[in-house]
Design a protein around this ligand. Structure first.
Ligand SMILES: [Zn+2]
Length: 197
């Protein structure tokens, strides 16, 4: 299942970096993996304020650059990207509530443990992810798989949309469907789309 209860078991990291180094990182207990190389890839993307997705081996990474910080989260392939985005949005919100990020940035110097106190906040988001109600699971029919598939959508993508229904491409198993979701999270249509890239 893709449900949000499983986020804890499937999450690999939550990272906040500037263009030079990591200023905050959460990893599951007993994880000694390093994501330095992944962060170097993300840093090469200068675009701000829009989410990007990266497939890397068995990992999915969602990230966004905002105010010269790159917020990212990585998981195994069990997790859908919109769930990672919802998690990152909540991390951004809490991080900016807690710290005056702009003034920290203007100091230009970080100590590696400056944001250690943020760890419990991230754990809290992960543990309580389901009750935060940031994502909604809806069912969409795929005419290729000939199945009803669970699709996880972050609420903000529907609630903050400028118009409805909102088109969402669900790429899975080597093909993609375009789903139209209205403001009540009802599926208004599903189309098979061609993909390139
Ligand atoms: Zn399918």
């Amino acid at each position: 299942m893709l449900s949000s209860e499983k986020i804890m078991q499937n999450l690999e990291f939550v990272n906040i970096s500037n263009d030079e180094f990591t200023i905050f990182e959460w990893k599951p207990p007993r994880s000694y993996k390093s994501f330095v190389l992944d962060m170097n890839i993300l840093k090469q993307n200068p675009s701000s304020d829009i989410f990007f997705h990266l497939h890397k081996g068995n990992m999915k990474i969602a990230y966004i650059r905002m105010e010269n910080l790159i917020y990212s989260a990585g998981s195994n392939t069990e997790i859908q990207f919109q769930l990672l985005e919802a998690l990152i949005e909540e991390v951004i919100k809490k991080f900016n509530e807690r710290y005056d990020v702009k003034s920290y940035l203007s100091f230009g110097k970080f100590s590696s443990n400056m944001f250690d106190s943020f760890k419990p906040f991230v754990e809290n988001i992960i543990i309580n992810f389901k009750s935060l109600n940031l994502v909604k699971q809806i069912n969409v029919p795929c005419m290729v798989c000939d199945k009803i598939l669970p699709l996880l959508i972050k609420r903000s993508s529907i609630e903050n949309a400028e118009s409805h229904p909102v088109p969402i491409v669900y790429s899975h198993s080597g093909h993609a469907i375009l789903c139209f979701i209205d403001r009540n999270f009802d599926v208004r249509g599903v189309e098979l789309v061609n993909i390139t890239g």
